[in-house]
Design a protein around this ligand. Structure first.
Ligand code: GLN
Ligand code: ZN
Length: 759
């Protein structure tokens, strides 16, 4: 018999109950007992849903009070010294201190979980001594068994991945240090497995996502060592090694590791896992947990296609060795479509969130076991046909326009050196100075927006408020003596959602929340249809700002690639084609801004880097597509119109050629947190266009001194020509307070003046 399995379930609850429990605890609105009762009820409800749905292998201990990497670290006593030393299980407040920081100790760093928008807390292994403070896996296993009679499958982050995701002295653990730390950590895993065995655990899901991103085949030995030790210590516990987000290279070596089963992603594998399986088969007696339903997107599966995939897999794997599941933990999708009352039924019919994906898995499993699923197959086909054949997805105008633009040459009219001459009309001084776009979204900005959304504030009154705020900030920028001004983005809660609400082909859900970090959830827009620009989006606000000043105001848009990376994108078209459609919609907006007299236009690319495929061999194609979409947006303008772009990361060395290929006249990039690293990139590669390496860090409330900013500028000017250099902060100032922003910008301008004076 084929079995159904789940690799992980979202924590947050249908209505984000989990988020509110955490935040109420932090705000002392509930006490620990209420928190523990509330989270337990939620956890059990989540398990119960999976039980009722008929999932054979239900994950336990995938629950977290904040983040599963932090849980793992805390269980092993991995606590940065600034939070104290611990010899017994951390209290909830100690645990949250690490994640959120205290008055005296900065929070632990967080970073993206592989190429997702989930952020984990980076374990700091400096001076640690591993000790098992909490076998939480056992606790949650026992809870599910006692409360619901579920014989769960504990999910535990494997030791090699855990270490590779950790840092020592600010560097990720690699090489010999990895070997050494693994030797210290492994006995604790052995202990956990022994305890799980005693409790009667049959299967453990050992998540080793780094097995799919190996730098070197030799590393497989580390995983082997782990599996041998665990098997020897607890032979009765079967281990399923779970990978996701990419295919495994060295398939043969990996599936022959000493484990009872392997979880492979058959959705984000570029077809490679399937090919490897078909070529090499699968070892007799081992389980294959086949991730066949997309665990990172929200569209309903075409069940007939999935059945074909299962049939192909079954040629290599016997049915009693096969589990069906989603490609990865369902942590990355919202909970249920059930509560979406406002969605167009055609769109809603094409959606599957976590609960619906679980139902798909169970159905496919039944089908694989010979149960009649004709009705379900027909349902899935009808719903998808309705969506695919709807006018949403068959906008002839858009399809034709994209064909036309792709057939034309999407290049600026002239080369960069010629454009620079034409842009002389902008009359910019040396070391032109600007900001990245947003200014503080003060409590007032937020409360006015809330009132407007609730209907308590009229459109006119809200617009009047926004205008007043823009006007005030134009004056502030003039007084500061900034050269290129911005309107401040007060009308935008989110730089992607804002455009999503205004372009055809996008929609938003009511409850489609996904955990981003800690209690923070995001509700990505849905790109469900052909994307079309119907009317100007930003022109009114930008022109309003321009009218308030004699200085130049920069228009502000979000690029197609960023929109795609921060949305749930239709999966009936390749992503690059969707990007072309969005790129084209934005091209109309760029043109409309130019026609309205705006001379400088910035197209933000903050998410370009994070969308980079995990495997180096797919990166060039991704970057080429990104460049193409960006150019569709930006090349329709006159030579004298200056195109800017912005990226918020400092590790861009490897993508510098792509950055240059965007052919933006000016790019601003984060730099000040990189301790000079980002400047090194320009020692090797000469950059031929204009660039603003952020001269101060906006992520901290600290006000940088004039000297420090001056140093940053001078350091950059050693490798970048003064006529190519712009002065700007690292990123937008939306999250900063006004009282931090103005003095910081004042110092930035002073530093610039000091440098200018010495030229
Ligand atoms: N223009 C945006 C802002 O300033 C850019 C944000 C970003 O880079 N993430 O807020
Ligand atoms: Zn940024």
């Amino acid at each position: 018999m084929v079995k159904s399995s789940n690799a992980g379930y979202p924590r947050i609850g249908e209505k984000r109950e989990w988020k509110f429990l955490l935040e109420h605890l932090w705000a002392n609105k509930i006490d620990e007992t209420e928190f523990l009762e509330g989270t337990k009820a939620l956890r059990l409800a989540n398990l119960k849903k999976q039980q009722t749905a008929g999932v054979d292998l239900i994950p336990v201990a995938d629950y977290s009070n904040y983040d599963h990497v932090l849980d793992t670290a805390a269980a092993f006593g991995v606590v940065p010294q600034r939070f104290g030393t611990f010899t017994s299980k951390l209290s909830l407040s100690d645990y949250y201190n690490i994640a959120r920081g205290t008055k005296d100790a900065v929070a632990a760093e967080m970073t993206k979980w592989f190429n997702t928008n989930y952020h984990y807390i980076v374990p700091e292994l400096d001076h640690v001594h591993f000790q098992l403070l909490d076998n939480r896996w056992l606790t949650y296993y026992k809870e599910a068994k006692a409360e619901l009679g579920i014989d769960g499958k504990p999910v535990i982050l494997g030791p090699v991945s855990f270490l590779k995701l950790s840092k020592v002295n600010d560097e990720y653990v690699r090489g010999e240090l990895l070997d050494q730390l693994l030797a210290e950590l492994l006995p604790l895993y052995v202990q956990i497995f022994k305890e799980l065995a005693t409790a009667g655990v049959k299967w453990v899901q050992l998540d080793e996502p780094t097995l799919a991103t190996l730098a070197d085949k030799k590393e497989i030995q580390l995983y082997k060592k782990v599996l041998e030790a665990l098997h020897e210590a607890a032979p009765e516990v079967k281990i399923l090694v779970q990978t996701y987000f990419a295919a495994v290279d060295y398939y043969q070596d990996i599936v022959n590791l000493p484990a009872a089963g392997f979880g492979l992603d058959f959705v984000h594998d570029h077809g490679e896992n399937l090919k490897a399986l078909q070529t090499n088969g699968f070892p007799e007696g081992k389980v294959l947990a086949a991730g066949i339903v997309d665990g990172r997107n929200i569209w309903r599966s075409d069940l007939a296609k999935k059945q074909e995939l299962v049939a192909k897999i079954e040629q290599a794997v016997k049915s009693d060795q096969l589990w069906l599941q989603a490609s990865n933990s369902l942590l990355h999708v919202p909970i249920t479509v059930k509560n979406e009352a406002k969605l167009d039924p055609v769109i809603k019919g094409g959606l599957a969130f976590a609960d619906e994906k679980i139902a798909e898995i169970v159905t496919l499993t039944k089908g694989a076991n010979g149960v009649d699923i004709t009705a379900e197959l027909a349902d899935s086909k009808n719903a998808l046909d309705r969506l695919n054949q709807s006018e949403h997805r068959n906008n002839a105008k858009v399809k034709e326009a994209v064909q036309t633009i792709l057939a034309s040459k999407t290049e600026r009219h002239s080369t960069y050196p010629q454009r620079v001459k034409a842009q002389g009309v902008l009359n910019l001084p040396v070391l032109p100075t600007t900001t990245i776009g947003s200014f503080p979204q003060s409590p007032e900005v937020r409360s006015q927006r809330k009132a407007w959304r609730k209907g308590d504030l009229s459109n006119e009154a809200y617009q009047e408020f926004l205008d007043k705020e823009t006007k005030r900030w134009i004056k502030i920028q003039e007084d500061l003596d900034i050269d290129v001004l911005v309107h401040g983005e007060f009308e935008r809660t989110d730089m992607v959602e804002y455009f999503g609400q205004k372009l055809k082909g996008f929609t938003t859900t009511q409850n489609g929340w996904v955990q981003s970090y800690g209690s923070r959830c995001v509700k990505p827009p849905l790109v469900f249809g052909d994307v079309q620009w119907t009317k100007p989006i930003t022109v009114r606000d930008t022109v309003f700002a321009q009218k308030q000043t004699d200085r130049l105001v920069k228009g502000m848009l979000t690029s197609a690639v960023t929109v795609i990376n921060w949305s749930f994108v239709r999966d009936d078209l390749p992503k690059n084609l969707v990007a072309d459609q969005i790129g084209l919609a934005l091209r109309h907006e760029v043109k409309a801004l130019e026609d309205a007299g705006i001379k400088i236009i910035q197209v933000d690319e903050p998410a370009l880097r994070e969308g980079l495929p995990l495997k180096p061999r797919y990166r060039q194609e991704y970057l080429d597509n990104a460049v193409k979409a960006f150019k569709i947006t930006t090349t329709g303008v006159k030579d004298e119109t200056q195109i800017h772009t912005h990226m918020c990361y400092s590790d861009f060395e490897d993508i510098l050629p792509a950055i240059s290929a965007l052919d933006a006249d000016v790019i601003s990039i984060e730099s000040s947190r990189s301790k000079g690293e980002s400047i090194k990139a320009f020692e090797q590669t000469k950059y031929d266009k204009q660039i603003g390496l952020g001269v101060y860090d906006i992520h901290s409330p600290r006000i940088p001194s004039v000297e420090e900013i001056e140093q940053n500028i001078n350091r950059a000017l050693k490798v970048i020509d003064v006529h190519q250099f712009w002065i700007n902060p690292d990123c937008g100032l939306k999250t900063r307070k006004e009282a931090e922003t103005i003095p910081a910008l004042k110092n930035m301008v002073q530093a610039r003046n000091n440098v200018r004076a010495k030229l």
